[in-house]
Design a protein around this ligand. Structure first.
Ligand SMILES: *Cc1c(COP(=O)(O)O)cnc(C)c1O
Length: 397
């Protein structure tokens, strides 16, 4: 029976045997009893434990893949994938890929491990042109399964560019280039890149999937046996497994993903439209509001066609670092903090991180919209914006 995604998040990975607990048990153990006379696959917990399997199975089902693998963080899942590139390979990444990933890729490229190509992931023709150059540089005689990797993030963090994911994957496949998609922002409920032919999907489970800002975890989902086993081997040898408590929390969190995402998205749509009106308010230092659900978003039509929803992330450009900081100081309902995807609304000036590229405006605030009352969220932002405006230094120019 094919199930709706909303059923899967609740039902997948549950025990069904009579007398079993309705939630899978979690083992706190590093090792397993071994008697030489009994053949048993479990040896040591770094290889993975049965407690991972319900959540791995759930994430695999949600993404439509064969295998899910949990990692200690989103970044360690990302790292496991790009470490599959052979020496001298090519990595094509969005210029506004998640900052930590971007820094990692830059450092690895600087060591000479591979050649890095930065693209505007929303510009399909530009990306495909780069893929052609990469394919020509690699040549066809190289038999390594991952001589080149196209990394897609859509929508991007924090610039919210929306890629034509199916078109990019199709072009890469035709050129023999592997594709990986960071699906953290869209979640498997709004976008399923494996169905478009992606080789692997990665998640920061930390964000929407866990949903309560109390867990750091990552995941990689693929249907390719060899890639799955390579990623599993990487996880084992690098020791990037999550702890059992985190697995328990993440599984409990993901059960409510569908209702949380619906509520947060509804709030985000409401807020984006209402905040956009404030850009005309002389008392609020707000230059632009970006959200894929706004008709003013450069890829709004594409987002409408490709995504099952516009998500819960909005950005506000306040024009100046000082204005953004003053807004963050004045917030009362929103929590000024990094990260996203939790039930609570968070706001952050992204350029506070030295790793964020300078193409992200200094005064840009990323909003992660939670599930509080929409009007309360709006009123708090409006008062913070107005107080930031009145606290601006007088101009003597
Ligand atoms: C947060 C994030 C990551 C990194 O995940 P961690 O769990 O923090 O390691 C990767 N990609 C995106 C899009 C993210 O937002």
């Amino acid at each position: 029976m094919t199930q709706n995604q909303r059923t899967r998040v609740v039902a997948a990975g549950r025990p069904h045997e009579p007398n079993s607990p309705v939630n899978p048990p979690v083992d706190f153990t590093s090792t397993y009893v071994y008697r030489p006379s009994v053949e048993y696959p479990r040896v040591y917990a770094r290889e993975g434990i049965p407690s991972f399997e319900p959540l791995e199975q759930l994430l695999a089902e949600l993404e439509g893949g064969e295998h899910g693998l949990l990692f200690s963080s989103g970044l360690s899942a990302v790292s496991a994938v790009i470490n599959q590139l052979p020496l001298g390979g090519h990595l094509v990444i969005p210029k506004h890929a998640y900052m930590g990933y971007y820094t990692m890729a830059q450092q690895m490229a600087a060591k000479g491990l591979f050649t890095l190509h930065r693209v505007d992931i929303a510009q399909t023709d530009e990306v495909i042109e780069t893929l052609r150059e990469v394919a020509a540089a690699v040549g066809s005689e190289d038999a390594h399964p991952m001589r080149a990797l196209l990394w897609i993030e859509s929508p991007t963090n924090p610039m919210l560019e929306v890629a034509d994911v199916p078109a990019l994957i199709a072009a890469a496949r035709e050129l023999g280039i592997t594709t990986a998609v960071d699906n953290t922002f869209a979640t498997p409920l709004r976008q399923n890149p494996l169905a478009s032919g992606a080789d692997v999907v990665v998640h920061s489970v930390t964000k929407f999937l866990s949903g309560h800002s109390d867990v750091i975890m990552g995941a990689a989902i693929t249907s390719e046996e060899s890639l799955h086993s390579a990623l599993h081997g990487h996880r084992n040898l690098h020791g990037t497994i999550p702890g059992p408590m985190e697995v328990f929390l993440a599984l409990r969190g993901v059960r409510t993903l569908a209702v949380r995402l619906d509520a947060a998205e509804r709030n985000a749509e409401y807020l984006a439209a209402k905040l956009q009106k404030l850009t005309h308010d002389d008392d609020a230092p707000l230059i632009a509001v970006s959200y894929p659900g706004l008709t003013s978003h450069a890829q709004h039509e594409r987002a409408k066609a490709l995504l099952g929803g516009f998500g819960a992330i909005i950005t506000l450009d306040t024009g100046r670092r000082e204005a953004a900081d003053a807004v963050l100081e004045a917030l009362k309902v929103w929590t000024p903090a990094t990260s996203l995807g939790g039930v609570e609304s968070l706001a952050e000036r992204r350029r506070r991180h030295p790793g964020e590229p300078d193409t992200v405006p200094e005064g840009l605030i990323r909003l992660s919209v939670g599930i509080e009352d929409a009007e309360d969220l709006y009123e708090d932002l409006a008062q913070a914006l107005r107080s930031a405006s009145s606290s601006e230094p007088p101009s003597f120019a």
